[in-house]
Design a protein around this ligand. Sequence first.
Ligand SMILES: [Zn+2]
Length: 290
Amino acid sequence: VPSVLAVDIGGTKIAAGVVRRDGTIVRGAVAPTDGGDGEELFANLVSLIEGLELAPADELVGCGIGCGGPMSAGGETVSPLNIPVWREFPLARRLAAAISLEVAIDNDAKALALGEWWRGAATGHRDFVAMVVSTGVGGGVVVDGRLLDGASGNAGHVGHVIVEPDGAECTCGALGCLEAEASGTAILRITGRPAQEATPELVERTGRLVGRGLGSVCTLLDVPLVVVAGSVALGFGDPFFAAAQAELDRVCRISFARGSRIVPAGLGSDGPLVGAAAVGWRGLGQEVWA
Ligand SMILES: [Zn+2]
């Protein structure tokens, strides 16, 4: 059965799996990201992949990687903010050489957008934004039935939409970015506690700021749907989504964008691997979600 090898590179864990053309994950494995230098991390990734015991029926036709940004244009090198041992690391090229497969790479939020389009909460839609609210805030944009790449491949960085003029300083250097005000890192900075321990007031504020940023996004792009994933958003649950929707309804008033909806992602913990697999299929020129 034609399948792709899916690889998700995150700040706390790396995951690999075999994903069929229908989006089914048939094998998967996870390892921690921590420990060692960049070469050791890469060696750990290769052994994680080699440990996936393929069934005779599995026919790997390519590989897709979802990785934290930033990355250079075309994904030639990656420098994930939360993986300091990889700076301008040529991940796709190195992995292609190690496993003898064609490798496509994209940032993890764009991968998530493809995954949600294929098998999640955006199935059948042609215009939507997918967004992650976890340690950081990221996103991917699908407009006119196409995932937007942008000039450097970084389209969709909704985490750096300004939601609080003169707000907190962001890792990007600006003040009041959504990521600086409404991410797990922001909550830790504000309260000294992890997001799981946030007060109802802080859950409401986080949702409100996400809704505020998305109001501008929905108006700018004419997208009626936003799919939100990530441990902070999904962990907060209904009160977060209610606050986000209420603020979007308040700020998003122009006729065509009014009524845009914010919904939880549909793939749950499968999202990163299904998304990475979608990146692989896209790299092979096969739009399996269409
Ligand atoms: Zn920023």
